[in-house]
Design a protein around this ligand. Sequence first.
Ligand code: NDP
Length: 293
Amino acid sequence: MTHVVIDGRAIGRVIELEIAEQVADFIQNNGRAPCLAAVLVGDDPASAVYVKNKHLACERVGIESKLHRLAGSTSEEELLDLIAMLNDDPAISGILVQLPLPSQIRSTYVLDAVHPLKDVDCFHPENVGLLTQGRPRYLPCTPHGCLQILHRTGLSVAGKHVAIVGRSDIVGRPLATLLSQKDSHLSPEICNATVTLLHSRSKNLAAMTREADVLIAAIGKPKFVTADMVKPGAIVIDVGINRLPEGLCGDVDFDSVAPISSYITPVPKGVGPLTITMLLQNTLAAARAQIGL
Ligand code: NDP
């Protein structure tokens, strides 16, 4: 079967150009750029790379970014003090707390402390609630990246069976919410799916993924999804990022699954680049929201 390998990086570049134009307009109208404050605690090398990539992406579209780097021994109280300061600073549009945090800090407690209008990751309960009710303030970045990939490739999920493997609060669960909603801000084709949300306790997982017109893997297990788990002609979106000695790989066994799929995202250069692009979009939206736009 012929299949299309979706180029997430190219889609991300197109959206970045659109955001850059909107940022230029914002600066012209308001005299200052949106600003993202990134908070990095400790020296996890992968987190440092993510934060650096977010900083570079901000630069590309004209968004300012400020890095707050704290020692791995930082206490929860110290981190909360910093969050409170950033919440109160009118020059800061969005706050990004890079996860994971060191074990002495309760992540939920810290994420809940971010002001909902500055919560560009869409982790705050108020923003999750609004999302669940179908009136989102911000969209969570990775799920939004998946929606953009489908939309910008001209694909439809409306009325189709979408199976999502993985039910995390960051990826699988919000993605299931968004794809099953009645309306979408993007297009009527990117909602109204019939969604099956699968996880580690699901029975007969492969039988259910084989029924899916669209299969989304967000598990964190290298090459977990193999060809025998995929319906021929399915659209396959691989959210997984796994570091192996030979390099990055996704949750989908690309070499065996690609030939039976109709569309598939690779790892790297699939969903990953879109996640950062959507963070930029939320930072601009946050800057607007804070001046009542
Ligand atoms: P989590 O570890 O939070 O969640 C993993 C989910 O997969 C859980 O719901 C878990 O089930 C489920 N799972 C684990 N093992 C199995 C199994 N054998 N069968 C069925 N389900 C299983 O991961 P995240 O959602 O945060 O991330 C998932 C992947 O996506 C990771 O590789 C991560 O690196 C990547 N990622 C990529 C991003 C990007 O920018 N592209 C952004 C965020 C994440 P249960 O709930 O029962 O434990």
